[in-house]
Design a protein around this ligand. Structure first.
Ligand code: EPS
Length: 374
């Protein structure tokens, strides 16, 4: 399965063009719509989400509710469709595509940022929601959630953070989903801690909003039920971790991707990083042939191949560069110093981005699954 997207933030709408989706597969459109709704949610979103109520229309590739093997075209209409009358961005925003894009394409900033806008991720979520349906039929479930927003963990001890890491590792897919789905921030804190964490994060985002600033965060996604053997060590572009990193890093505002222990491997000795191998003869006939691991520091991938453990991916989202209190910039035409242009934006889009990460990971894993099995 592979896909491309098209569309602008204030154009007619967003499109995903999906190829190589297997034929004869019954598609649940309401499941795609519910992912689109989740993407629009999360505390800290801007005014646009109260204008849009994203839902998908399938234009091609489905016959009597089932896929035909032909390209599938997914269409999400924009309510706020006014691209030709949107004002020009006079002063490029540091951290946004504005400056590099306008110079590269020799165009004003507006047409550049219209395509770069994170509204494009609605297309990716729609394509990913299709992939998730396919993966579910193979026993694979992907869950994206928010690990942290801004410096909200700065008052915790290292021990508290490690305990929380262990708590997340111990959650099965159903509990992870249950916790995530009842949180306005898509966090997975326990029932007794949720209210406290949500009010802490609300306070943080409100303060940042009042200061005219923005905030990023850490997102995690886990793929449960992935078999051994997705991806290959034999060629660089078939390595599963490489393909995950590429697809996740391509999401707007993502600046870092890690798998398993990730960047922490730099601080820990090899003897504590790698996951010892044990043998359990009672599991001889299972997919792992009895070879078991008690830890999963590798995050489910070794040598570019899935090893049958849960795949654990984390990524860093930067604060959104459009800020009510803008940074210094230069007027695009007059070349005089001015503050960067401000227009409606999110203060915190980390919860929304966790929905995007989940669905993008689904497309990458589906692709690897098909390479292996079809
Ligand atoms: C977004 C819609 C956009 C932005 C946001 C993502 O809507 P508008 O520009 O009309 O307010 O809110 O995009 C950005 C934060 C950005 O920097 O481009 C959406 O639907 O996700």
């Amino acid at each position: 399965m592979n896909y491309k997207t098209a569309g602008e933030s204030h154009g007619k709408g967003l499109l995903a063009f999906v190829e190589n989706f297997p034929a004869g597969f019954a598609i649940d459109i309401s499941a795609i719509d519910s992912e689109l709704r989740r993407r629009q949610g999360g505390y800290g979103r801007g005014g646009r989400q109260s204008i849009e109520s994203d839902s998908v229309e399938i234009l091609t590739g489905i016959w009597q509710g089932k896929t035909t093997g032909s390209p599938i075209t997914l269409w999400i209409k924009n309510a706020d469709s006014r691209i030709d009358s949107t004002p020009e961005i006079a002063n490029p925003r540091p951290g946004h595509v504005d400056l590099a894009g306008a110079i590269k394409f020799n165009l004003p900033i507006r047409p550049i940022m219209e395509r770069a806008s994170a509204r494009e991720t609605a297309s990716r979520v729609a394509a990913g929601a299709l992939a998730k349906q396919y993966l579910a039929s193979k026993g694979i479930t992907i869950v994206g959630f928010v690990r942290n927003i801004g410096d909200s963990e700065s008052d915790l001890t290292i021990e508290q953070i490690q305990n929380y890491n262990r708590e997340i590792d111990s959650l099965d897919v159903n509990e992870l989903l249950r916790r995530r789905n009842r949180s306005e921030f898509y966090i997975v804190r326990s029932d007794s801690e949720l209210a406290e964490w949500e009010s802490k994060l609300k306070k943080l985002i409100n303060e940042i909003s009042e200061a005219g600033d923005s905030v990023g965060g850490l997102i995690e996604a886990r793929a449960f039920g992935t078999p051994i053997g997705l991806g290959s060590h034999t060629q660089w572009d078939q390595k599963l971790d490489g393909n995950i990193a590429k697809s996740i890093m391509s999401i707007q505002a993502i600046k870092g991707v890690e798998i398993g222990l990730g960047f922490n491997v730099t601080k820990i000795r090899g003897s504590k990083v790698h996951d010892p191998i044990e043998y359990d003869s009672s599991k001889e006939n299972s997919a792992n042939r009895g070879f078991i691991r008690r830890t999963n520091n590798a995050g489910g991938i070794e040598g570019g191949i899935s090893n049958g453990q849960t795949i654990v991916v984390r990524c860093a989202m930067k604060p959104i560069p459009t800020m009510r209190k803008p940074l210094d910039s230069i007027n695009w035409k007059t070349k005089k110093p001015q503050q960067a242009t401000y227009e409606r934006s999110d203060v915190c889009a980390v919860p929304a981005a966790s929905v995007v990460v989940e669905n993008v990971l689904a497309t990458t894993i589906m692709n690897a699954f098909q390479m292996q099995n079809e």
